[in-house]
Design a protein around this ligand. Structure first.
Ligand code: PGA
Ligand code: ZN
Length: 425
């Protein structure tokens, strides 16, 4: 029985307000917190913000908090829910909108996570088991975002995320050690070259560089210096977040050269980089409104690289279905707050996996100490996760939770390795 639900306004890693919810089930209390994105997809579930310019530049979440404390509280207190789906369906019904704009996806997700966590505590099982019960669990390859550009930093790099995937490891623990070795060698290398070593929103370095390509070249050098073989031990993953570059039907290098190129040229650009560098995953290589381009990109490169759709799918099962029907991408980025409840997120994963698509579990650029995605990646067997770089506690808290899970699972866990990336690779 749900005896209490309580929300409050707290802060995310960018210093903006976000919603935290506590749910009490039969005397056990647990909490959930919503993250927040910067380069959001147009079809994401809506964050409810106060819009009062006197508080937090309009980003306050007191309305969302009140919705939980008054309306949701009145409706759910004293009820028994059969499971996650029943609770989520109840608050979805209460909200009554297609995009969760009335109660706010930020409020609803925090409540949904809190309910999942409280259910796990009440049963005395870990969260990943509460989410999905399976025989053996797979520990993910951490795709670490070591250089930040785009909307995640104020440097001159157009592309948002340059990630390293340390896949040639016997365990998650060892893959994290390898990733950190490269992270630290990259720092020394940047410093030696006279570049800035401050970090961006996701904990990757955010220097001004001579070009976007120099970001890849310098990471390759750092991998070598750390003693690893690029492609064999550690490969590259990219999220250029090109929806942010889409401007009047072309892709604009809005932070560097201001050059504008067509969809075909953008596809050619990726083909060139795939030939040159050991890139095994490309997320949002084209923008969310370029469906025709995405079809072309997928038919051309879909058997060579994992093509992840983030902005184009927004973790939304009905849009993912359209993408599957039209042959778009071969992998889906999974972000809980894009859709707004735990059970709809699990539905999105199931749909993707059933159709042979991969799932790539993800944080947001605005994060908190909530580590739900660490349990989610283990629960779903998705095999790879992006949750930042080698520093910043709101990022490494997810790695730390995965280290705990791996230790707890012992022999029952295996490490995903290279095979987790798109199956045709
Ligand atoms: P966001 O970016 O959290 O700022 O939206 C993450 C991504 O594009 O994957
Ligand atoms: Zn993305």
């Amino acid at each position: 029985k749900l005896t209490k639900i309580h929300a409050r306004e707290i802060l995310d890693s960018r210093g903006n307000p976000t919603v935290e919810v506590e749910v009490t089930l039969n005397g056990t209390t647990a909490r959930g917190i919503s993250p927040s994105g910067a380069s959001t997809g147009e079809k994401e579930a809506v964050e409810l913000r106060d819009g009062d310019p006197e508080r937090y530049n309009g980003k306050g979440v007191e309305k969302a908090v009140k919705g939980i404390n008054v309306e949701v509280g009145k409706s759910v207190t004293g009820l028994s829910f059969e499971g996650q789906q029943a609770f989520d369906d109840h608050i979805i019904g209460l909200d009554g909108t297609e995009n969760k704009s009335r109660l706010g996806a930020n409020a609803m997700l925090a409540a949904s996570i809190a309910f999942a966590r409280a259910s796990a505590v009440a049963k005395g099982i870990p969260l990943y088991r509460q989410l999905v019960e399976r025989e053996g669990y797979v520990m993910p390859v951490p795709c670490m975002n070591v250089i930040n550009g785009g909307r995640h930093s104020d440097n001159n790099i157009d592309f948002q995320e340059f990630m390293i995937a340390p896949h040639n490891a016997p365990s998650f623990k060892e893959s994290i050690r390898m990733g950190e070795a490269v992270f630290h060698s990259l720092r020394s290398l940047l410093k030696a070259k006279g570049y800035y070593t401050g970090v961006g929103d996701e904990g990757g370095f955010a220097p001004n560089l001579s070009s976007n390509e120099e970001a890849v070249q310098i990471i390759m050098e750092a991998i070598h210096i750390a003693g690893f073989a690029p492609g064999k031990d550690i490969s590259l993953c990219l999220d250029p977040a090109t929806s942010e570059m889409w401007n009047n039907g072309k892709y604009e290098f809005y932070k560097s050269s201001k050059e504008r190129i067509t969809t075909d040229e953008m596809i050619g650009f990726w083909e060139g980089w795939l030939k040159e560098y050991p890139i095994i995953l490309l997320e949002d290589g084209l923008g969310e409104n370029d469906w025709e381009g995405w079809k072309k990109l997928t038919s051309l490169l879909g058997d060579k690289v994992e093509l992840v759709g983030d902005d184009i799918f927004c973790t939304n099962p009905s849009i993912i279905q359209q993408g599957i029907d039209q042959g778009i991408a071969n992998s889906v980025l999974i972000k809980l707050n894009q859709i707004g409840t735990v059970s709809e997120t699990l539905k999105a994963v199931e749909l993707a996996q059933k159709n042979g698509y991969n799932c790539f579990i993800s944080h947001r650029s605005g994060e908190t100490e909530d580590t739900t995605i660490a349990d989610l990646v283990v629960a779903t067997g998705a095999g790879h996760i992006k949750t930042g770089s080698g520093c910043r506690s709101e990022r490494v808290s997810k790695f730390n939770q995965l280290l705990r899970i791996e230790e707890e699972l012992g022999d029952r866990a295996s490490f995903a390795g290279i095979n987790t990336f798109y199956k045709k690779l």
